[in-house]
Design a protein around this ligand. Sequence first.
Ligand code: NDP
Length: 244
Amino acid sequence: MEITFTGKRALVTGAGKGIGRATALALARGGAEVTAVTRTQADLETLVRECPSVKPVCVDLADWDATERALKDVGPIDLLVNNAGCAMLQPFLEITQDSFDKSFDVNVKAALHVTQIVARGMKARGTGGSIVNISSQASHRAFKDHAVYCATKGALDMLTKVMALELAPYQIRVNSVNPTVVMTDMAKIGWSDPVKANAMISRIPMGKFAEVEDVVHAILFLLSDKSAMTNGAFLPIDGGFLAC
Ligand code: NDP
């Protein structure tokens, strides 16, 4: 199955590191014109050095007004990946208002807002589009110290379904991928302790964490026309964890 994105314009949030960066690079290699959005300028500079065709946009997506200004002139977009996310781990009884608000601002509100900006353009042009939200296995299972993170990803899954419902008449599809642990900078916070990591791995039928490329391949499939009738779905990238 060959997938190409020649002639497509893609926007990836959280493209500075990890899954988002690998997705932006894979889309560019596949022929898409890629806009990479993240909040650390140094990451954008190394990304553009690695792939000069990428258009960098530096903004903190937790800031609604700054996001509006930063994406005002982004131009037509056919493919959107809402990947930016944060994990602030705290025992339930110690969760603060600040960590709750920051987590929901990035993991949920930014995905809603960026999708509004991009999908309004898709609707106006009548050309359709495909949107992938990066959710998690944590939307379906409880993990210790992950109450807020789990809640944000549960909210994102429901947002995916309602977006899929409301945007389908404009031929805009919205799906999510729901990975297990992928050892990026984010995952190192929660899963570097070998005791915790091995306990988690023992619950994954495939007996290992996912690799960044496992997630990227699923994102590319859902962005592409090869998934033309898939809408409102969540795709676990979890070696069977959610099946148990
Ligand atoms: P990383 O921490 O490696 O990368 C996250 C990227 O998002 C960074 O470039 C980060 O920029 C950017 N970002 C975070 N907050 C903002 C913000 N407010 N505005 C703009 N950009 C922002 O994480 P991963 O690649 O691991 O995670 C990507 C997605 O995958 C997330 O949504 C995460 O929840 C999800 N996921 C990850 C899993 C894992 O185990 N790694 C498992 C399941 C889901 P900066 O570094 O400058 O903050």
